[in-house]
Design a binder for this molecule. Sequence first.
Ligand code: GLU
Length: 458
Amino acid sequence: MSPVRVRFAPSPTGFFHIGSARTALFNWLYARHTGGIFVLRIEDTDKERNGEQFLNVIYESLRWLGLNWDEGPGVGGEYGPYRQSERTAIYREYLEKLRAAGRTYEKDGATWFKLLGERSEVFDAHRQRTVTKVQVAPTVIDDLIRGRVERVEDEDFVIVRSDGSPVFHFVNVVDDIAMRITHVIRGEDHLSNTSKHVELFKALGAPVPQFAHIPLILKQHGPGKMSKRDQGALVEEYQGRGYLPAALVNFLCLLGWNPGADREKLPLEDVIRQFDLPGVNQSNARFDDKKLAHMNMLYLLEQPADRFVALGRDYFQRHAPGAPALQAEPGYFREVLLLSQPKIKGLEELPAYTRYLFSDDYPVDAKVQEKVLAKGDPQARLRELIAALPGWDFSSDAAIEEALKALAASRQLGFGDYQAVARLAVSGTNVGPSLTSLFRVLGRDRVRSRLERLLAPA
Ligand code: GLU
């Protein structure tokens, strides 16, 4: 068996889409699983629709996801160049081969590929013109995911347009031959092209690669395939929102591939070990942004403290460069972030979640305030807390909890009688980290001034 060579062949016609990322990932996984080669090839023959800026988005998104290519732009390799716009001479050479074999003809200035079989001119009422029908046996594709697929390709097709530019089908096949591609792993939207491609491989006397067509990604809501315009469809959006690439990769692995057991979080090494093409589902996978957010949360939770703090700082720097958080003393910043780590679902929640921890200027939830101040004697509880605070040990959550319980016991009250009003005073809300952690991180002085502020609003 020759070593596996797979390729990811994007056209730089738009931003990098979740579907493209998954196709790239499955190719990469297959290469890593088999010890093969992952080629990046840029299909940029359509000059009108290609943009240099989109090229960089592709490179950056792949790098961000960690999908390194073994051959391709920037890396080189034996079968370059890896941009189709630089391969004109190669296409001319292969076109000559087809021509010499009698498999092409010119019509209306274009070059057509000639199928083999009995030919007849038929008037096509729908298209209002005469077409050449060819009697052929169906093309059989033994797809590694879809199984046996048969398609009848019974009309010649254009391979070079009248303006001289070669058509996708032709350059795609030429490059798969020239780059010695053994497995074509791509989206199911290309299944309908595959019979044309198989005929071209055969006409060029080349071995037909194995095909594996990956099912589509369905829109989260409503019918149909997810498109670039759908919300949450672009990879860079997740990058911007501070998602962890490992979480997105894990999510994409499970979008159409089934590891057998019902597992969600999977180390990449395990995926590489287990990944195989027959394990890819035949049915379409539905995109689910909640699942992705959940996956991201699982990855955030397990980040080592230093790493999480660095990620948080980076997020603030990019999204809230003027935030008081960045002026905070580093030790304090770290405490606040570690307090938030188990509580937030994504880094994008950080600025709002931590606002009252970095500044005295934060919103107070009016509904919560009304409810809390209507119950029991909150003013008395505030006064008692303020009076007791100077004697408390603030060095640990446990010490603070003990002091608070002792205060409550001395008044024949419970922890709960102090909890809501104290939390309201120090945070303006009724949710967040534990009250004792809040006290510890905020420190005695800040806690006192906030308790006083609620007791006697200015
Ligand atoms: N350039 C094609 C696309 O972006 C790739 C087709 C293929 O993988 O064969 O859809």
